[in-house]
Design a protein around this ligand. Structure first.
Ligand code: 5GP
Ligand code: ZN
Length: 113
């Protein structure tokens, strides 16, 4: 399968890893939209939010746990952060391997512009 984020999981495409466990990987976004911009992905290939099933409940919980862990470890949990998923074309999804953007490091503006 020709999937960029699967290649990052495999290590054939390099990334700057921030956090990893059995189910999820977090790494720096290559084009940060905020001072902190980390992508959190399942290691399992899931194309979009629409493809998540109840069998993935544990994986989704791990993504949220990773976000909380990273926020606390990097010290922006109290200041605040944003966790975003873009789904399909109108949602602005470009890479079709499920991912959540963890954004922080400044006062973020209104969500929609
Ligand atoms: P999307 O628009 O699909 O929600 O977000 C895809 C994200 O992946 C973008 O923020 C983009 O900067 C990031 N990205 C694209 N290619 C690479 C890459 O090769 N490495 C990393 N670390 N991030 C990437
Ligand atoms: Zn993939």
């Amino acid at each position: 399968m020709d999937c960029l984020f699967c290649k990052i999981v495999e290590g054939t495409v390099p990334s700057t890893k921030v956090y990893e466990n059995e189910h999820v990987l977090a790494f720096q976004d290559i084009a940060p939209a905020a001072p902190t911009h980390i992508l959190i992905i399942p290691k399992k290939h899931i194309a979009t939010m629409n493809d998540v099933t109840r069998e993935d409940d544990a994986v989704i919980a791990e993504i949220f746990a990773a976000a909380r862990h990273i926020a606390k470890e990097q010290g922006f949990d109290e200041a605040g952060y944003r966790l975003i998923n873009n789904c399909n074309s109108d949602g602005g999804q470009v890479v079709y391997h499920l991912h959540f953007h963890l954004l922080s490091g400044k006062k973020l503006g209104p969500l929609l512009s």
